[in-house]
Design a protein around this ligand. Structure first.
Ligand code: 0L1
Ligand code: MG
Length: 259
């Protein structure tokens, strides 16, 4: 049976705009698959762009082995970053704008050149990257209790909500990104730590997978885009009043204040 992707795109847009959680699409639609999910994601993006937003970049989710095993998948999920979702480092975020936000540290690539190709490698990504920085992603699944299957989370643009990107960063080959460590703090207490190797062995490899995905869809990764390669640690609930800091061995620390 053909899935009415227009209807499910509207369903998710309404959930975001009305700040309310909704049932997972797979619990409502038999046979809702990954192909349907990327079509819903595309329609949600098209609606946001038609309403005046802009693409600021793209993101990967489920890039750590731990998250993949938890979900029973062996492929990352790909999504879009809207300009309206990008916050300056040290920004304040009113949690009342969101449903049940969680935060996670990110490895962020700022692209210097367009990239496309189904055989793109991590090395090619490093050649095309302008800088790599730390970040904090705020994810906010639109689904009840943050529970979903792979197709659900893809349709939901990989739970993307907000992102804070560090103002500075390093040249892509200044250090092996797999060895960059991250300590993630909430209210001054370290809640998790990991290094870049948690991202499928090498953060630049994750970006290469994104380029291959965009190429299969007939697109490309564009110069100037911001790319979230993924979170090396689990995500943690974001409560009003919390101060979140991601500290890295080689990037400046990034902070976010929740209101
Ligand atoms: O950015 C992410 O890794 C989120 C992927 C989607 C899974 C989740 O919401 O935890
Ligand atoms: Mg993330």
């Amino acid at each position: 049976m053909t899935v009415d992707t227009e209807r499910w795109a509207r369903y998710l847009i309404d959930a975001v705009d009305q700040r309310r959680e909704v049932a997972a699409i797979t619990s409502l639609v038999d046979g809702f698959g990954v192909g349907d999910a990327y079509e819903v994601q595309r329609k949600v993006l098209a609606a946001r762009l038609a309403a005046g937003d802009r693409v600021a970049g793209a993101k990967l989710g489920l890039t750590s082995k731990a998250k993949q095993e938890q979900m029973g998948v062996d492929e990352p999920a790909y999504g879009w970053l809207l300009a309206s979702s990008v916050l300056d480092a040290g920004s304040e975020l009113d949690t009342a704008e969101l449903i049940h936000p969680r935060v996670e540290p990110e490895f962020v690539f700022v692209m210097g050149e367009d990239m496309a190709g189904e055989d793109v490698t991590a090395d090619d990504v490093l050649d095309a990257t302008e800088r790599v920085a730390g970040g904090i992603e705020v994810i906010d699944s639109r689904y009840e209790r943050f529970k979903f299957s792979l197709a659900d989370v893809i349709a939901d643009n990989t739970s993307a909500a907000r992102v804070v990107v560090g103002a500075d960063g390093i040249a892509p080959r200044e250090v092996d990104l797999a060895t960059v460590t991250c300590s993630f703090e909430i209210d001054g207490v370290e809640v998790a730590s990991a290094d870049g190797s948690a991202l499928l062995g090498q953060p630049a490899h994750c970006v290469a997978l994104l380029v291959r995905h965009l190429t299969r869809l007939g697109g490309k990764l564009e110069a100037g885009w911001t790319v979230l390669a993924g979170a090396p640690t689990d995500a943690h609930a974001l409560h009003p009043g919390s101060e979140v800091t991601a500290r890295y061995s080689h990037f400046p620390a990034v902070g976010l204040q929740a209101l």
